[in-house]
Design a protein around this ligand. Structure first.
Ligand code: CMP
Length: 138
């Protein structure tokens, strides 16, 4: 069944010119962009997006980092999209990510880990709506 998930190509991956490689991997895996926007997040926008992590010790660094340069936000559609995207990304810490995953190939650290992907179908819906109005998506 077709499902949607939210992905973010983070500032480190944009800076190393990996937008093309990463979107190619999504498409090759059957995760097709139905919404896509390049933007620079304000600190407040990053804080709102990561609000569930507000109490974590890394929250300030994470949101400062995510607003430090342009990102690409994507709504991806495909069968089993949430899990498929998590498999493509690999573990949060690039050092622990399986070979051939996006984070193993492009991530530099647990913070500069190239991409974000929704962790559940429920959160995917919330995260997609955070960046895309209903009228902007097919
Ligand atoms: P992401 O999937 O975007 O969701 C939250 C982010 O917090 C995570 O990827 C990491 O980049 C970042 N982060 C920084 N430090 C940690 C940590 N110690 N544990 C988990 N996530 C961390």
């Amino acid at each position: 069944m077709a499902e949607r998930t939210l992905a973010i190509i983070k500032p480190d991956a944009v800076a190393k010119h990996a937008i093309g490689d990463i979107t190619r991997r999504y498409e090759a895996a059957g995760l097709y962009p139905v919404g896509m926007r390049m933007m620079q997040l304000s600190k407040a926008c990053a804080e709102g997006f990561y609000a569930v992590h507000r109490e974590r010790p890394f929250f300030n660094d994470l949101t400062t980092y995510m607003s430090s340069g342009p990102v690409v936000v994507l709504t991806l559609e495909g069968s089993d999209a949430v899990k498929k995207n998590r498999d493509l990304m690999g573990a949060t810490d690039p050092k622990k990510a399986d070979a051939g995953t996006i984070r193993a190939d492009h991530g530099a650290s647990i913070e500069a880990n190239a991409v974000h992907g929704s962790d559940s179908v429920e959160n995917a819906q919330i995260e997609i709506r955070y960046f895309f109005a209903e009228s902007e998506l097919p």
